[in-house]
Design a protein around this ligand. Structure first.
Ligand code: FMN
Length: 399
């Protein structure tokens, strides 16, 4: 694959040299494009030596006969690492004052962005809005990790490791659209079970894992139907999103959309209990103790499991202890093909985090551990395993 490696002016520019080396090792042709600020951190000589190609830096150096339009047309993928706050803003708003941002506008292939910056810069409303624009445009943002930052602060903002970025590039190059022609049904987020017209019971699910799965499946060419409880996330690019509130609504929508789905992933944290008879009026505050009698909600996963047919069914088990045993028990009792077990309750992985660490329990008896990574990266690994599992189930069936 022919790759443009855009290097922005951040501390992590030195890590981008390692990324260039890894991409070369994977057999890609790499052309580095450096911003003026990037060259204050690392010299073009480093990238020229690693890639064996001229490094592009100057929009007006047209005497070299390598211009931004030609470069955009000749290459298959654009990776920007590190993507500075400034670059994210320029790319989001279509500014074209330098080689990299002008080339970006002329480029029509897939774009991967690996942001890196101070935690406050990353969390600033301006950066959040720019990232949202770029994601909506269908670009893949490789979430920065949490940890010690060069500025001395600790938090989110550290560029993903070169290995993780290279793996994302490799996947783009290798797998491409291996879910083309598939319909994937995914549920995500919590449900809200009303107690009266203004109160409800819910849980801490953020929906991030389900949304990451939807984004990954769409990027791999699937038609994705995402049935989502109430969350604060933007709909992933190219995904059909159906918003629901309660477990009962989620059940209805799942069965309405089940028929064409070949892969069903139930990542939603559906409430286990609800109030069957919700009062029409708000409950008044009194000094008396309030007891609520809750009834079980429908077990959507078990119901889908009973009428699974040829579908591949994936459940999620969010547990605070005995993860593997609980995941295995769920797999067997709900007739799933895979259960993704993740420990929740901590702060660094699980519900609200951008990262996760999971164990996949498979109906073949195998388990696969996926070490801590961004939820988007985990989502791709889950689809890799789903496709492998489906192949082995088919060949076992035919044998
Ligand atoms: C020492 C130093 C470190 C910096 N590190 C970062 C960084 O990690 N991320 C970032 O977004 N900006 C960082 N900046 C600010 C950018 O260099 C600055 O916004 C510049 O305009 C980015 O230009 P570019 O986006 O064209 O590369 C840093 C600046 C300095 C002086």
């Amino acid at each position: 694959m022919k790759i443009i490696l855009g290097v922005g002016g951040g501390i992590a520019a030195y890590k981008s040299a390692e990324l260039a080396r890894l991409l070369m090792q994977q057999g890609h042709q790499v052309t580095a494009v450096m911003t003026d600020a990037a060259q204050r951190f690392v010299t073009p000589v480093t990238f020229a030596a690693l890639t064996g190609r001229k490094v592009l830096t100057d929009l007006f150096a047209i005497e070299s006969a390598i211009d931004h339009i030609g470069t955009a047309q000749e290459n298959d993928l654009l990776v920007v690492a590190p993507a500075t706050a400034d670059l994210l803003a320029r790319l989001a708003h279509g500014l074209a004052g330098d080689f990299l941002s002008t080339l970006y506008l002329a480029f029509t292939g897939p774009v991967l962005l690996a942001p890196s910056m101070n935690v406050n810069m990353w969390q600033h409303a301006a950066t959040r809005a720019n990232v949202e624009i770029l994601e909506r445009r269908g670009h893949r943002v490789i979430e920065p990790g949490v940890g010690y930052l060069a500025c001395g602060m600790t938090g989110a903002g550290r560029m993903a490791e070169p290995e993780e970025i290279a793996a994302a590039v490799d996947r783009e190059a290798r797998a491409g659209r291996d879910l083309e022609g598939e319909t994937v049904l995914i549920t995500a987020g919590p449900t809200e079970e009303p107690l009266d017209p203004v109160r409800y019971i819910s849980n801490r699910s953020s929906g991030k894992m389900g949304y990451a799965l939807a984004e990954a499946a769409a990027a791999r060419g699937a038609h994705v139907v995402l049935i989502s409880g109430p969350v604060h996330l933007s709909p992933p690019h190219g995904v059909e999103v159906i918003q629901v509130r309660t477990a009962a609504e989620m059940r209805t929508r799942v069965f309405e959309n089940l028929e064409p789905a070949g892969i069903v992933i139930k990542a939603a944290a559906v409430a286990d209990f609800h109030l069957s008879h919700v009062p029409d009026q708000k409950r008044k505050k009194t000094a008396a103790r309030l007891s609520l009698e809750l009834d079980p909600t429908p077990d959507i996963l078990a119901e889908v499991g009973r009428q699974k047919g040829d579908r591949l069914l994936v459940g999620f088990a969010a547990e605070t202890e005995n993860l593997r045993q609980e995941a295995r028990r769920k797999l067997e009792s709900k007739n799933c093909d895979m259960v993704v077990g993740n420990l929740v309750g901590g702060t660094e992985t699980g519900f609200e985090s951008d990262e996760n660490e999971v164990v996949l329990v498979l109906s073949t008896g195998d388990t696969v551990e996926i070490a801590r990574a961004s939820k988007r990266e985990i989502a791709d690994r889950i689809f890799d395993e789903i496709l492998k599992l489906r192949l082995s189930l088919h060949s076992a069936h035919e044998a």
